[in-house]
Each structure stands twice: as C-alpha cells, then as structure tokens.
Design a binder for this molecule. Structure first.
Ligand code: SF4
Length: 332
C-alpha cells in the first residue's frame, strides 16, 4: 500500500518583511501548512500591516503579546544592549524560546524563520544562528528555509516532513535574489528590512530610559503612550504627554487614570495633555501652559483649556500662552 506523506505544520516567525514572507512561500510551495506567528508590543508599533500581508499569503495568523518578555529583558539584559536600548541577543533567543513553547503546545512540527545567513553583521552569522538554537532550547527544530542549504539538516528535514532539495541557499546582504523571488511569488507589499523596532531608535530609547529611571516599566499604559506626541519631564518630576495630532490625542485621552489630570484646549484646535499623577502645583501650571501654547492659538494671549479628572466634573480655565522655547528644555 502506498504510504501517505505527512503534511508538515510550520510555525513561522513573521515580521511582515520580505524575508519572512518568502520563507512562508518556500514552505507552502512544498505543501507545508504554515502559520504566521507575529509578536506584538508597543516597542514594535502597529502590527496590522504584518497581519495583512500574512493574510494576503493565505496563511492563518497568530498574534502573541511579547511586551512582558521585552520589559524583563530591558530591565536586566544578560547580554547587554545594542547601540540603543535594544537587548537584541536576549530578545532574539527569547522569541525563539516562546516560538518553541507555542510549537509544542499547539502541535506544530517545527519553527521557521526568514533569516538569511550573513545578512546582518552580528545576529545572522552562522555561529550566531546556531548559538540562538542552543540558548533558546529549540535545538534543531528551527528551519531557515532561505539559507537551509548552508546549514546542517534540521529535524523536519531528517524526518522527511520538509524536502531539503527544495529549500534555498541565500546568503549575504545582496537583496537581488529576494527581489527576484518576490516577483516569482507575486509579493508586492513589504516594508524595508531595517524598519520596525523602536528600541533601536535613539529618541525613543532615551524616552524609555527616562521612564525606566522614574516611574519604572511596570505600567504598560505609559510605555504605550511614549509612542504618542511630545513627552515632557517637568521640574517637579511629573511626566506629561501632549498629542501632536488626532490619533495621539485619542490615545492620550484614553490613558487617564486615578491621580492623573487631562487638559484639552476647547476654544481652538490643540493638544490633549495628560499629566501623570502630578507631583507639584508648579508642574500642573506648566502642563496647562503646554496645552495652551501648543494649541493653534494664532497669536492669542489666552486659550480656553478644559480640565478633566476621573469621576469629577470638567472645569473650564483660561490659560496664558507662553513662548514654546520656555517649554522645550523639559521635553524628553
Ligand atoms: S531589534 Fe528589537 S525586536 Fe529585533 S531583536 Fe532587537 S530588541 Fe528584539
């Protein structure tokens, strides 16, 4: 009787970038059932594009919140940081560990990634790829379809779930082969390979370090708000968020909690300003000035500012506009 080949199930670590899309295409081409695993966190920005591109490839999507993992690693990075507040070595291994746990829990045969050997100077050298397999505990159940021919055969290849002959031999920084493959598979939308993690951005990292040294990193709401608008640390130690646009303002308004105050300009278009548990009267006055002075006041001397406190009736105030130059030193 003819033996039916087992259909392999791959859990594909997925960023939405071209390489992770290609890894899925290469596996699908040989009949593997692929699922896109997308790690989410406020450090990675919006995951909706990645989700959309995975759906366009016709594969199921699994979104997994990675915030707690990253916060823990930022607080105590065993292998230190990269050029900003990015604990890349630990983060990479932790992602692999989490993927391995999900693989076991949900009955996948192996984990796949879109890594290309030698594409990044440190993390994608052969020894680094092997090291991550060891430290994450996943061993040889991780397959890199794009560079597999340069690497030792993995468990799914040995078990006959994946045909090694149909895997690829890409390496290095030249993106031409990937662009050609994108044409072959009809992939049109993919972000630039560098984009994504805010922990690699100097300005974001400096804001996050400021938060870590003051309020700490346990309040995810504050971590999320660091992505919105202008952020100030006032002389009394109070943290203030001021929106730059409609979506910032909406995010900031939903951040209001017990001891906080929210100011909104109501006579002209302007920012929503969240004052996190104000510490001094002087800080409250400065926050009101931020609200009035960053509003579209068109040279007026005063702006109407509405003050909101949880479970209290809003109060209307008239606040004097000050020169923004006086507020810039408090910006973080
Ligand atoms: S760039 Fe960000 S997401 Fe990527 S490994 Fe580094 S810390 Fe993790």
């Amino acid at each position: 009787m003819e033996e039916t080949k087992k259909v392999g199930k791959a859990l594909c670590m997925y960023s939405g970038g071209l390489d992770s899309q290609l890894a899925i295409c290469v596996l699908k081409e040989q009949g593997i059932e692929a699922t896109a695993l997308i790690f989410t966190s406020p450090f990675f920005g919006d995951s909706s594009q990645a989700k959309k591109s995975a759906e366009a490839l016709g594969v199921p999507v699994m979104l997994v919140d990675f915030t707690d993992d990253l916060v823990e690693l930022i607080k105590a990075p065993k292998h230190g940081f990269g050029s900003c507040l990015n604990p890349c070595i630990d983060c990479h291994a932790r992602m692999m560990t989490r993927a391995g746990e999900i693989m076991d829990e949900k009955g996948f045969d192996f984990v796949a990634t879109g890594e290309v050997m030698g594409q990044r100077p440190m993390s994608q050298q052969k020894h680094a790829l092997i090291e991550v397999q060891k430290t994450s505990g996943i061993g040889d159940r991780v397959l890199r379809p794009l560079s597999a021919k340069f690497l030792e055969p993995t468990a799914p290849e040995r078990d006959g779930i994946v045909d090694r002959e149909r895997l690829l031999a890409l390496e290095g920084r030249n993106r031409k082969p990937q662009i050609e493959l994108a044409k072959k598979y009809g992939i049109k939308d993919y972000p630039s390979p560098a984009g994504g993690c805010k922990l690699t951005e100097p300005q974001y990292s400096s804001r996050l370090r400021n938060l870590m040294n003051n309020e700490g990193l346990d309040d995810k709401r504050l971590i999320r708000l660091l992505n919105h608008g202008r952020v100030f640390r006032l002389p009394g130690g109070t943290l203030v968020f001021a929106g730059r646009n409609k979506s910032d303002n909406e995010a900031i308004r939903t951040g209001l909690r017990g001891p906080d105050i929210l100011f909104r300009s109501f006579t002209v278009v302007g920012p929503s300003v969240l004052v996190v548990a104000p510490k001094t009267e002087e800080d409250i006055v400065l926050a009101q000035q931020i609200c009035a002075s960053y509003a579209d006041h068109k040279g007026a001397a005063e702006v109407g500012v509405r003050c909101f406190k949880p479970a209290r009736k809003p109060e209307d105030l008239k606040i004097a506009v000050v020169d923004r130059e006086l507020l810039i030193p408090y910006m973080i």
